[in-house]
Design a protein around this ligand. Structure first.
Ligand code: IPM
Ligand code: MN
Length: 359
């Protein structure tokens, strides 16, 4: 298969983790007879420096003309003082909207060999943890009407949370489809005791659920869900929720795996198109120091092979190679324990590529 990828290295550690990911993909190509065609494009702070805007039209066009997008990370101190709507992070929101990436899958998987990194008591996560947050990504308060106005209490600002039935329906379908391939459990998270938009959310999710009689649907309020996530995270399998609740819950879920440097994500449009990126940010403090963990981006490439290209065997091979490198005791600084010698970003990529070759 020939795969056309738009590659956005971005800022901070983005270029390093992307470099290692392409190394791994090239090895997959060699072993399984595929070719990857990469077109590198700018987005984020580096695009601001070159073009004066974080998401140039050219980037959007090239992404649209590709089969999938691979992204490192955007943002950094250098651009922290720009006004809100000019910050590098706006490139992410623009890409999501322009590319129609309404479904964000954020798996939180506790790797057995890294179980000690989990901040929860061992008995709470015994037997492992494997859940996925399905976050709505192009609607809700992130994209609702916003503005400034005068009120009785003086100047005020507002952001509107709004969901159309169709927006809820399509994300619910993604969640139920995913549950059918996993343990047939969906937890839908909302704030239906207070918010009108949540009451619509809950009604539509239930409607979609009727088409999946085998799947057990639970509704939770966001406050309770946040609490349950640390009390008993193993109760969760597929969690479906709105843009803002998903933003918060997915960070919480990633923390309990103890290793944000390990977590991949997929943002999917209708059809097979998707953008794949690590959950972590650009970590400007360690940029260029060969300290970043490239595993989250490499695992994101595995998700890309699985979801956009239907290459399950190749995706499995990447995941197995990552596990092997961990099992062999290799750790970047973020996941190394005290006293352990850590390896660098490039070496990690080399080892994973080598493990693919051997498999
Ligand atoms: C994320 C990030 C983004 C979000 C920011 C950087 C705009 O936190 O992908 O979770 O809030 O969606
Ligand atoms: Mn976030």
């Amino acid at each position: 298969m020939n795969m056309k990828l738009a590659v956005i290295p971005g800022d901070g550690i983005g270029p390093e983790v992307i470099r290692e990911t392409l190394k791994v993909l090239d090895e997959v190509g060699k072993q399984y007879g595929h070719t990857f065609e990469y077109t590198k494009v700018l987005a984020g702070g580096c695009a601001i420096d070159v073009h004066g805007q974080c998401l140039p039209q050219e980037t959007i066009d090239i992404c649209k003309a590709s089969d999938a997008v691979l992204l490192g990370a955007v943002g950094g101190w250098k651009w922290d003082n720009l006004p809100g709507n000019e910050r590098p992070e706006m490139a992410l929101l623009g890409l999501r909207k322009e590319l129609g990436l309404f479904a964000n899958l954020r798996p939180a998987l506790l790797f057995e060999v890294l179980a000690d990194a989990c901040p929860l008591k061992a008995e709470i996560v015994e037997g492992g943890l494997d859940l996925v947050v399905v976050r709505e990504l192009t609607g809700g308060i992130y994209f609702g009407e916003k503005g400034l106005k005068d009120t009785d209490l003086g100047p005020a600002a507002y952001d509107v949370e709004q969901y159309a039935e169709e927006e809820v329906r399509r994300i619910a379908e993604v969640a139920f489809d995913m549950a059918m391939k996993r343990s047939k459990k969906v937890a839908s998270v909302d704030k239906a005791n207070v918010l009108e938009s949540s009451r619509l959310w809950r009604r539509i999710v239930a409607e979609v659920g009727e088409r999946y009689p085998e799947v057990e649907l639970n509704n939770l309020y966001i406050d309770n869900a946040a609490m349950q996530m640390v009390r008993n995270p193993k109760q969760f399998d597929v969690i479906v929720t709105s843009n803002i609740f998903g933003d918060i819950l997915s960070d919480e879920a990633s923390m309990i795996t103890g290793s944000i440097g390990m977590l991949p994500s997929a943002s999917l449009a209708k059809g097979n198109f998707g953008m794949y990126e690590p959950v972590h940010g650009s970590a400007p403090d360690i940029a260029g120091a060969d300290m970043a963990n490239p595993m989250a981006t490499i695992l994101s490439a595995a998700m890309m092979l699985r979801y956009t290209f239907g290459l399950g065997k190749e995706a499995d091979a990447i995941e197995a190679a990552v596990k092997k490198v961990l099992a062999d005791g290799h750790r970047t600084p973020d996941i190394a324990e005290e006293g352990e010698t850590a390896i660098g970003t490039a070496k990690t990529g080399d080892l994973i590529a080598a493990a693919i070759k051997m498999a």
